[in-house]
Design a binder for this molecule. Sequence first.
Ligand code: NAI
Length: 342
Amino acid sequence: MKIAFFDAKPYDIPGFEKCGKEQGIEFKFFESMLNEDTVALANGADGVCVFVNDTVNAAVIDKLYDMGVKIVALRCAGYNNVDLEHAFGKIHVVHVPVYSAYAVAEHAMAMLLTSIRRIHKAYIRTRDFNFSLNGLTGFDLHGKTIGIVGAGKIGRVMIDICRGFGMKVLAYDKFPSGNDIQFVELDELFAKSDIISLHCPLTQDTHHLINEKTIAQMKKGVVILNTSRGALIDAEALLEGIKARHIGAACLDVYEEESDVFFNDFSGHILNDDTLARLISMPNVIVTSHQAFLTNEALENIAEITADNLLEFFDSGKCKNELCYHCGNVEKCKKSRSGKCF
Ligand code: NAI
């Protein structure tokens, strides 16, 4: 089984090489991201393995299909970069639904603590033997209200972590479940939360969920955390909210236009994205470059589950982690009947 592996990074390769050897899968690693210009690299492969910023649009899908590629194996949970509607009936799409909810939720909390306790400032100061505390005053998390948007696997771990800090938790979910969580409508969550943390997927419903109008509903001084997907936030509106001193702080592990910059070293270059550059220049903004998933445990799980997905698919033509545009619609998606979506 030959798999063209796009957007390969040094931290991906050892785990996938090991799994590949054990499972008889030949991964061919390409540094390039998958897009219309690079899709030809997949020629001769049985499948492609992609990550969050690879482009799997209609044109790419058609080319993969023409080349005889059978499967797109996402080595991540989110799949907003895949045109699932276009892929249906042509090419199967599998993903890694869970690999470490702890990795992402713990990163969200790490960013929150760093931001509100000014650790990023203190770290730089003490390295310069500046031991002044001026301007480093933070606030207690205990007793504060956090609003969690999307109480799924990651959101729920975040809720547990926040409860451990003695915080009050409100949550909004399009499909709320369980009675151990206080679910409220989004308007109420925006109005009452001191901190808002996004853990829902990027869909048409959630695109620019945080925008000029919703920012105006939020408390002055609100802290916004986004470890989910960049386009949940209108970055221009966020910047304006920060400049107006309405938003107290923002912690961003994802950014709407991240595919042009994240995962690459631009030090020594001029950054073309003015909004990102301005956000990074703010003392109350912390940006990490889609790093929340990056733990040893998560990388190991990602490689193992992706290899299992590929083996299961090529051995049986089915995969429990397949997803499609019609999943949930038993008339159109055959997964509940035949084990594969089409
Ligand atoms: P999940 O599927 O377990 O949970 C998502 C939750 O969002 C579900 O409860 C769902 O009902 C809810 N939801 C769906 N539509 C919604 C809407 N319109 N409004 C509010 N809630 C809605 O997914 P999981 O594993 O918790 O991941 C959440 C997100 O985290 C993923 O979609 C992905 O974008 C992001 N992620 C980011 C990573 C990073 O490294 N920064 C790594 C892994 C995931």
